[in-house]
Design a protein around this ligand. Structure first.
Ligand code: SF4
Length: 280
């Protein structure tokens, strides 16, 4: 945690801890952009190790894992994919699988029949239309069955190094709390946020925001009292402001608990997630 509460430059005039409320003019676009960029910089200091929280070793694995992550946690996917990828190491293998056997393997991720159709369908398309290699462009990726822009951006950003903004549930919630946008449609949010940050920041910005949402700025009870960017947040006070109580709400490495990846990157300061079947 950076301990940067109430620093001065570019700060939003909203009341952080110990600050008096005063009437203020609406924030200008320029001030909002400066504040947004500062949030990004400060989150980069808080989470220098931010990364995608799905385990993967190649674009095929990331694509499958991302499709499986719909309506479930990355942890559940990470606990499920080792057996799946051991049985079907390539798109050709998965395309030729017996559907019922795939369903059994991915059952823990929920919606396993629909997900089996998706991952087998996209594996067939990769085999038949792209020579067995996951394509590396947005235009091609979204032609794969079950692959929308969100999934495509995750794969492009993290397996191909192409900048992309990932608008998931955490990203949507936080950018609205920070008043970066008032949109609630993921495509419109993506377009608006893209005007605030340079392309080179898009992928890491997405990881930082999602890390912050998963660990500190939760949907139901954000841990405002333990948040390092209160001085930049117009929604401070939406959650628990008592520092001791807020500290108890922190998750994963911030709360001293295991993360979501079984194989996190080497710089991850927390402990790896447990394998399937062991205590979480
Ligand atoms: S935890 Fe509270 S102060 Fe921090 S970003 Fe979320 S709403 Fe703002």
């Amino acid at each position: 945690m950076s301990g940067k509460q109430n620093s001065a430059v570019g700060e939003h005039p909203s009341p952080g801890p110990g600050r008096r409320k005063k009437s203020v003019k609406p924030e200008s676009r320029l001030a909002m952009v400066r504040r947004a960029r500062r949030i990004n910089r400060e989150l980069a200091e808080v989470f220098p190790y931010a990364h995608p929280e799905l385990d993967f070793e190649n674009p095929y694995q990331l694509l499958i894992a991302t499709v499986l992550s719909a309506q479930t946690t990355d942890l559940r996917v990470n606990q499920t994919t080792p057996a799946l990828f051991a049985a079907y190491p390539t798109p050709e293998d998965l395309a030729a699988a017996v559907p019922e056997e795939v369903e059994e393997l991915i059952r823990p991720t929920g919606f396993f029949r629909a997900k089996t159709r998706s991952i087998m369908g996209l594996s067939k398309a990769i085999r038949d239309d792209f020579g067995g290699e996951v394509p590396g462009t947005l235009k091609e990726l979204v032609t794969l069955p079950g692959v929308g822009r969100k999934t495509a951006f995750v794969v492009l950003g993290n397996a191909f190094g192409v900048p992309g903004i990932t608008v998931d549930t955490h990203f949507m919630r936080l950018v609205r709390r920070w008043k970066w946008t008032e949109q609630d449609d993921p495509g419109k949010i993506e377009a608006e946020i893209a005007t605030i940050f340079p392309k080179s920041e898009w992928t890491m910005l997405s990881h930082r925001v999602i890390f912050h949402g998963r660990r500190i700025c939760h949907a139901r009870r954000p841990a405002c009292g333990a948040c390092p960017i209160t001085h930049l947040c117009p929604s401070y006070g939406e959650g628990e402001t008592d520092p001791e109580k807020a500290k108890k709400l922190l998750k994963y490495e911030m709360g001293g608990r295991p993360g979501q990846r079984l194989k996190p990157p080497p710089d991850y300061p927390g402990t790896p997630a447990p394998a399937a079947g062991t205590a979480e």
